[in-house]
Design a protein around this ligand. Sequence first.
Ligand SMILES: [Zn+2]
Length: 306
Amino acid sequence: MIQLIASLLILWIPETGRTTCLSYIDPDPADYNVPSGIPVLMYHHVSDPVDGYYGVSTHRLLMDLRLLDEAGFYLITPEDIENGLMQVPSDRRPVLITFDDGWQDNFNFIVRGSTVEIDPSCAVSILENYCDEHPEFGRGATFFISWDKTPFGQEEFVQEKFNLLIDMGYAIGNHTNMHADFTVLPRDKWENAVIMPMVKFHSYLGLRTSGIFAMAYPGGRFPKGVGAEEYLAGFRFMEREAVRIGFLANGSVSSINRLLDSHEGWFRIGRLDMSQYSVRELLGWRNIMTAGQREDLHDSLRYRIP
Ligand SMILES: [Zn+2]
């Protein structure tokens, strides 16, 4: 029923421009009822007043963090999924928070005379302040950058912001060069869409670019059943796979079992657009992990990447 309503809603969503991430519903029935789901939440603008259809307020982000923490979640990054969630305490359950596009309200610097400070109302500040006061919640989020504009909006601070994010334990992800929708982009243009951002990241981050391997598909969609995952997995940057994990915006929560059982699953991880979904709604889903009942994740090798 929820899917039907969401599908109907989509019919009424106007295309608001190329820098939005249109959410659509394509859940895999296998992802339901299996209590091994890792919720991946997707945000765009975080601002007051709310900016655009996909935006949320600063208060909303803070309330979401509080609700997730109180429900026993623990912040992870894509690297933690690769590592079998080993660092997640056994009495907590994982959640991955992501921000798409690289908007300035996600990470803003304020210049006052000769000093530069982090805007206390930007998303990074909200996360940092909450996590400082609540160490049980862990720390970390992922910022997916599309290069159709200056990342986080301030050209003179791009290098400092990227490095600072990594220093603080956040992850940076690839959101393509020009926010290209892979369901319409010709295949011969894919490599450029994926690798050009890596070249640009490298100019600011050097060797630290090796930590960038997650892709959020612009528009939230990725072709299914046509070998697209394998094709994407073949792209290399500095002799490494440029993309090892890919995120949709399909309104579903993918299970870790599915990741472990198929290579394809790594390129089809579901995300929830938090301008459409709420944490309270999420907590009612049957497939998300229950805190205290996931000791299997701490087992040895079976849960590592093959
Ligand atoms: Zn986007």
